[in-house]
Design a protein around this ligand. Structure first.
Ligand SMILES: [Mg+2]
Length: 396
């Protein structure tokens, strides 16, 4: 990482010549039909639409930065805080977005767009702006459903055949025995050819779902089963605020404990580090803390001997933003696998990345490679975006 990223008092980047100004910030919502509906494991309502919110920041030279992720609720009241500012003043912009998050909604996709614009102004890919030496990380296939056993086994075989080295399964079926049967069958089918992760999805809920999260004893019972199946990490086994429980569980099991995908504040992550809650930290730059804050946090996590690998469930712009941040800030030693949402037939790279002209695809050994183009290297499919334009970004 460049020195500037480690020194909060110095400007991060300066423009070659006269700085440009932020001229406009445009936000648009899009929805893709999902037919049949997508039965996301963490959502009690099957999803009939896949929403995406696009953020575009245009500077006085007509250059455009692109971001996506959270829905940008409440942003209109704060847009004026950015207009006329130097787009390269990323430290300041991240601070304002952090303040907005306290008073209104999470607007981190704007920060992603500002990084993309900064890369275009400086004619450098973002992973390189962040000090990265390599533009690639290895994927893990992240499934998103509770399919029947045979179908999950078939998915595991497909992932193995594609050269992807790891697969994340979802727990949370009505009967734990069914989750365990799926895990056991997958392990039998692929042996040790794949690393397996298990996401318990107990950290947070959708607004309409008030089911109580697992308690420590239940999480420990599941952990013992996962140990037997040589699971690589156990994700979100407890409520996100149960620091004591996570620390106890991390101590009690040989498994890596993963979490923090929707945790909002840097100080929460630092407290979790201090208490030894997690072995794998998973914040998502398009949902919380942002690329600059997470680049710094990623280094702290790795310096503490832990892994950092962001949540990326959403469209490909989020996957790519998190890939830049992770490759740029820490590289593969601190992030052996990056989340690659993959659960066909409903969840293919083409559908996931519908805002883009080209989906992000893992190569035959599971590597995800970022382009050398300036910024995030994204190309929007404007026709598709026009055809999917919507007044809201909801799942129904
Ligand atoms: Mg998760």
């Amino acid at each position: 990482m460049t020195d500037a990223l480690n020194d909060e008092r110095a400007p991060l980047f300066t423009a070659p010549g006269q700085p440009s100004r932020i001229a406009r910030i445009e936000i648009s919502h899009h929805q893709c039909e999902l037919d049949p509906p997508f039965p996301a494991a963490w959502d009690s309502q099957p999803r009939r639409r896949f929403p995406a919110t696009l953020v575009r920041v245009i500077d006085s030279e007509g250059r455009e930065g692109i971001g996506s992720g959270d829905v940008m609720y409440g942003f209109d009241d704060f847009r004026h805080l950015f207009i006329g500012e130097d787009p390269l003043d990323l430290e300041r912009h991240a601070g304002v977005i952090d303040n907005i998050g306290f008073h209104a909604g999470r607007c981190w996709p704007l920060e992603v767009a500002l990084w993309d614009l900064a890369g275009k102004i400086l004619e450098t890919p973002v992973w390189r702006l962040m000090g990265g030496e390599s533009n690639r990380l290895r994927a893990y296939a992240s499934s998103g459903t509770h399919r029947p056993l045979e179908e999950v086994v078939a998915l595991a075989e497909q992932v193995r055949a594609a050269g992807i080295p790891a697969l994340k399964l979802r727990f949370g079926r009505p009967r734990l025995e069914d989750d365990l049967a799926v895990l056991g069958a997958v392990r039998r089918a692929v042996g040790d050819d794949l690393e397996l992760m298990v996401d318990c999805n107990q950290g947070w809920r959708m607004p309409w779902d008030v089911k109580t999260p697992w308690q420590f004893d239940q999480a420990l019972e599941v952990a013992r089963e996962l140990e037997r199946q040589r699971v690589y990490w156990m994700e979100e086994p407890l409520y996100r605020g149960d620091y004591a429980g996570m620390a106890r569980l991390a101590e009690a099991t040989s498994l890596r404990i993963a979490g923090g995908e929707m945790t909002r504040e840097p100080y929460e992550f630092r407290e979790m580090l201090r208490q030894g809650c997690l072995d794998v930290y998973q914040p998502d730059a398009v949902c919380s803390v942002g690329m600059l804050g997470l680049a710094r946090l990623a280094r702290e996590v790795v310096d503490a001997g832990k892994l950092f690998t962001p949540h990326t469930w959403g469209n490909g712009i989020g996957v790519i933003a998190n890939l830049h941040l992770t490759a740029g800030a820490i590289g593969p030693d601190g992030a052996p696998y990056l989340e690659y949402p993959f659960d066909p037939p409903e969840w293919t790279p083409e559908k996931r990345d519908f805002p883009l002209t080209t989906p992000l695809l893992a190569d035959g050994e599971g590597w995800l490679t970022l382009s050398e183009s300036p910024g995030l290297g994204l190309e929007l499919d404007e026709e598709r975006l026009a055809a999917t334009r919507a007044s809201q970004a909801t799942y129904q």
